[in-house]
Ligand binder design. Structure first.
Ligand SMILES: *[C@@H]1O[C@H](CO)[C@@H](O)[C@H](O)[C@H]1NC(C)=O
Ligand SMILES: *[C@@H]1O[C@H](CO)[C@@H](O)[C@H](O)[C@H]1NC(C)=O
Ligand SMILES: *[C@@H]1O[C@H](CO)[C@@H](O)[C@H](O)[C@H]1NC(C)=O
Ligand SMILES: *[C@@H]1O[C@H](CO)[C@@H](O)[C@H](O)[C@H]1NC(C)=O
Length: 358
């Protein structure tokens, strides 16, 4: 009797261990979740975009008339292990009474909306509230919140395109590479997922600053990689000084690749991604120096910040941008954001795996 009970207990323990380690590589070594391939999968997409009522127009490719759908059906398969299957219910149970916040630019918004759709669509009978301020092409800071009151879980997006400050001084906009203020909104969170980069390369009409300051000096312009690195270092000092790792898990969303220059992957000429219908079989060979800067700054930090290393795997997804089905053909070609459902869902499946991995 007692031994049967013990056997059952051991079996249950083993099952728990198995469930917990199901995405660890054979032999128990830690699996690199980001080394793998895209596979076609009947169980994807995780939601039907027409059943997710709050997708921004810029990501809502099917509604905007994109004729093909296959790009929604790929899932990321790590080479050495399997990802846990996303479960909205498990997610909400685990994060009961918790606050999760994405902070950054529209690529952060892209991932936040994806997660909100993944949760909402899987729990259609749960009450939820959502607040999304109008999307503007300015550096304005806004807060979007998505809440399941029943679970007391909030998933938020704080728009903050540089992470460092940009302020009006007289009639000039000044980008301050050594200053991070108004961070109250980030404080007290259980999970923070930061991102920035794309606004550092804006020029001409869409460059939001008149001057850049690095503490001592003021410049009209400077090397954008240098500016990015200094800003990231300022942000890193804030994290190192402020974050209590026992309370808050910090992630950085790796550089999201753009696909404006088709000759870089060689299928056709043209400065657009409009003919792409399949993922590339391998990541193209080009890389972005900003990736190296992110890795370098994260490595120099004293607090643990986890890189959500989505750059290479997303580089293969030339097929998954809105192209003319985002802003709409009248406003040009978008090979920077991602259609929803789509690639950011895979980023969130990876985030989920990282969060439940111990
Ligand atoms: C990110 O993932 C890619 C692909 O697996 C890998 O080559 C690269 O070294 C990773 N970067 C980091 C910092 O882990
Ligand atoms: C909801 O969660 C927050 C912490 O995120 C907590 O302060 C608050 O008391 C919780 N509310 C309820 C009704 O449990
Ligand atoms: C696109 O890539 C090709 C090949 O590297 C390069 O020669 C060309 O200058 C690039 N075009 C633009 C507009 O960046
Ligand atoms: C995209 O590039 C192709 C050439 O590959 C061209 O035929 C097409 O007109 C371009 N579309 C737009 C909207 O620029």
């Amino acid at each position: 009797m007692a031994s049967a009970f013990m056997a059952l207990l051991v079996l249950q323990l083993l099952q728990q261990v198995n469930a917990r380690h199901s995405y660890e590589a054979e032999g128990g070594s830690r699996c690199d979740l980001y080394e793998g391939r895209w596979v076609f999968d009947d169980l994807h997409p995780l939601y039907d975009s027409t059943h997710c009522p709050f997708i921004e127009n810029i990501f809502n490719c099917q509604k905007n008339g994109r004729p093909d759908k296959l790009y929604q059906q790929y899932r990321w398969q790590p080479s050495a292990c399997n990802l846990p299957r996303f479960s909205a219910e498990d997610f909400l149970q685990r994060f009961k009474d918790k606050r999760i916040m994405f902070i950054g630019d529209s690529l952060g918004l892209n991932q936040w909306q994806s997660l909100a759709c993944m949760l909402h669509t899987a729990m259609p009978h749960s009450e939820f509230t959502i607040e999304i301020p109008p999307l503007k092409y300015t550096t304005e800071r806004t807060l979007s919140t998505f809440t399941f009151p029943q679970y007391n879980v909030s998933v938020m997006f704080a728009r903050n395109v540089f992470l460092v400050d940009i302020e009006k001084e007289g009639s000039w906009q000044v980008l301050k590479l050594n200053s991070v203020q108004d961070t109250e909104v980030w404080e007290g969170m259980d999970v923070l997922i930061f991102n920035t980069w794309h606004w550092f390369i804006h020029t001409g009409n869409i460059q939001p600053w008149d001057f850049i300051q690095d503490g001592e000096n003021t410049y009209r312009d400077m090397n954008r990689y240098v500016a990015f690195e200094q800003a990231l270092e300022t942000w890193a000092r804030w994290v190192d000084k402020t974050i209590d790792p026992s309370k808050t898990k910090v992630f950085f969303q790796g550089i999201s690749p753009t696909h404006f220059n088709a000759s870089l992957w060689g299928f056709h000429e043209g400065k657009n991604c409009s003919r792409e219908m399949r993922p590339l079989p391998e990541p193209p060979r080009f890389s972005n120096p900003a990736e190296v800067i992110v890795e370098k700054v994260l490595q120099s930090m004293s607090k643990p910040v986890h890189l959500l290393n989505i750059t290479k795997l997303s580089q293969q997804r030339t097929d998954a941008h809105p192209s003319v089905y985002g802003y709409g053909a009248q406003n040009g070609m978008d090979c920077s954001h991602w259609c929803l459902a789509g690639v950011p869902d895979a980023w969130n499946e990876l985030l989920y795996a990282e969060l439940i991995r111990n």
